[in-house]
Design a protein around this ligand. Structure first.
Ligand SMILES: [Mg+2]
Length: 385
């Protein structure tokens, strides 16, 4: 089998985003569907390639790169040679999200060729995965978080993750430069949530690298330990790895990082070697299904958790092919009061991650990534370019 074409289909999708305490007006975003064709009719698909999850399409520059240099390199190649492409693209310094999109469209292609859901092709391990409710940042006052956490608990979630206040003043509801960091408000928020949900809900905390100093990170970490939080995620700038080594040595609560540091498995293996985090973190836009799968194996060998970042089909398929002992949770969201996570987007017949009453999501069982696409919607809203 040979690759005969790589197509990137951009199409318009309405979106209401939650930003700084409120749900915004409806706008339009561009989603993309990357499609790899072969001479035998088999094809591979991948939705998205930017942003959080798989709902944000590739930008115009990325679309041009896939249709140009990437397409030229891959034409005539065997679509099952993913490992060859993966090494080729790393040494050719290909952008991480682009090599990831190609890797995942090729995994989708092979899984659908054999009529298997991707997790079964990878080696099935689970049909359902524990999920945590992952909030938007800047949802409102600590009381708003507390009410939301209680509602998530009532909905079935057993784990709630707080993204607190970034570059936004919770008292005035106005943007600010985040200097000093809002650590007093963040601590209030964590206390309010713990008080609202009781001691039997798992809680975790992610200030998304916004703490400016090591001392701020330690102060909040100590409070999270008192409140029995499960993990402390990405508290500081991830390029200053030495402060993470110090933080891990200082605190008992597990530090979960790196999230946004580039370099896929190579960066993350070095963090493990240096003792810069207690749990590792990666997602499918940092090396594709191939990269996350390798990272899970590295983590398993070291006895380190590999917590997969973001929602979406590919992450969930990977979790279906991994053990809870290594990759424990699926990140569901982002959530906030008024944000609808249950209605499928207009180009899909079903959401990827239906949640049951015990807080588990079911791994999609359709072939490949598990998309049930509404092609009429995609064609009707296609952007010509
Ligand atoms: Mg994070």
């Amino acid at each position: 089998m040979k690759i005969t074409d790589i197509e990137v289909i951009p199409f318009r999708v309405p979106r209401r985003t939650f930003h700084n305490g409120k749900l915004g007006a409806e706008t339009t975003i561009i989603q993309t569907l990357t499609r790899i064709h072969t001479d035998e009719g088999a094809e591979g698909l991948y939705l998205g390639g930017a942003g959080h999850g798989d709902q944000d399409g590739l930008n115009a520059q990325d679309r041009a790169a896939l249709r140009g240099g990437m397409r030229a390199r891959l034409l005539g190649q065997d679509p099952f040679d993913r490992e060859k492409f993966w090494h080729w693209m790393w040494v050719s310094n290909t952008q991480e999200n682009l090599l990831s999109v190609i890797d995942m469209a090729l995994w989708d292609l092979q899984a659908r060729h054999y009529n298997l859901p991707l997790h079964k092709l990878l080696g099935g391990c689970r049909d359902k995965v524990k999920a945590y409710a992952s909030t938007y940042p800047n949802m409102g006052t600590p009381e708003v978080y507390a009410e939301h956490a209680a509602a998530c608990k009532a909905r079935g979630y057993q784990h709630y993750k707080i993204h607190p206040y970034y570059f936004w003043d919770p008292q005035t509801g106005q943007p600010d430069p985040g200097r000093p960091s809002h650590i007093d408000w963040d601590i209030e928020c964590c206390r309010a949530v713990r008080a609202a949900v009781g001691n039997d809900m798992v809680l975790s905390f992610d200030p998304w690298g916004t703490y400016r100093t090591y001392e701020e990170a330690v102060k909040v970490g100590r409070e999270l330990e008192r409140l029995d939080f499960y993990w402390y995620e990405h508290p500081m700038n991830e390029y200053r790895v030495g402060t993470y080594e110090k933080l891990c040595a200082e605190l008992d609560i597990p530090i979960l990082s790196p999230e946004i540091a580039a370099g896929s498995i190579y960066t993350r293996a070095d963090w493990i070697r240096r003792g810069a985090s207690d749990m590792s973190r990666i997602d499918v836009l940092r090396g594709g299904v191939t990269g996350v799968r390798k990272m899970a194996a590295i983590c398993e060998a070291f006895g380190v958790k590999c917590e997969v970042h973001m929602s979406g089909f590919a992450n969930l398929q990977l979790l279906g092919a991994s053990s809870e002992d290594v990759c424990e949770y699926y990140e569901r969201g982002l959530l906030a009061p008024g944000v609808d996570e249950e209605t499928p987007l207009p180009y899909l017949e079903a959401i990827c991650d239906p949640l049951d009453a015990d807080g588990y999501v079911t791994v999609p069982t359709e072939p490949g990534m598990g998309y049930r696409l509404i092609w009429d919607y995609i064609e009707e809203n296609r952007v010509k370019e």
